[in-house]
Write a protein of this length. Sequence first.
Length: 334
Amino acid sequence: MATLFAPSFELPTNIQQLTNLADLRIGAEVIECSDDFFAEAKRMLQFNAPVFVEDKFDDHGKWMDGWETRRKRHAGYDWAIVKLGVAGKIKAFDIDTTFFTGNYPASAAIEACYAPKGNFEDVEWHQILPNSILGPSQHHIFEVKTEMVYTHIRLNIYPDGGIARLRVYGDVQTQITDHNQILDLLALENGGRVIAYSDAHFGHPRNLINPGRGINMGDGWETKRRRAPGFDWCILALGQAGSIEKIEIDTAHFKGNYPAEVSVQAIYIEDATDPQLIPQSMFWPFLLEAKTMQMDHIHCYANEILTQNKVSHIRVNMIPDGGISRIRLWGKIV
């Protein structure tokens, strides 16, 4: 049974720094759809790239890795309502039809609404992506301009067909007001994001802030083997600024390629542009001095934290190179 894997695809740089608000791993879900006869709508929210299994069939026909509706034999179109994992300002969509070659929709449009309690009776839907032409087996990147905060989107496909993956990229707008709660202030679901990095040859640093432990070595930040002096680094923004009480550095699945040491620098700064932070980050004071790493291990630090000052951004230094699965910054909002 031959399996084909989706070809590698790299997002535009400006979108790479955004969060996929429709990620199953942070609580996104399909709450209703018009039809998913051939393939469940929830499949299009999966994190992993789609695959094509040549000889795989089920009771309804050819198994497809995505959402696929039956052939429509009357007027109308198909749709799916997605609850975003976190509320946010939507900046771009990726409507991916990979492996849908003769069964992709002719076009698609997207509406969005703000319904934090999930009540759609009196809600107003706004079209944020007009009806747009789709093609076979490819990523379709659509950038949108809106400053409104949304909790749900409705994907309309015309008239029917299949979508392999749907990504909804934006800025998390979750506001946590409990200043006594201990939170991972860097977590994806709390608004953490990647600003810049030295290298991401084998794995992107955005994986550092994903929920849960890494599922394999590909679910982490891993750089190429360094053949020159220096070390690798990445800059991350906390979802909300706070005081850090515990740091966790997890090297899960990294056994022959974990870093020799890791250090963390930190700063509190307001209204800074991302490009401005990059050259300044090398001078930030240390939150955690370089610590020796072990393979496949969660390293916890509390007494070693050097400051209780307010922190908004960190720089993780991976010395000299290698891979880290997760970084957690446990603390309180200040």
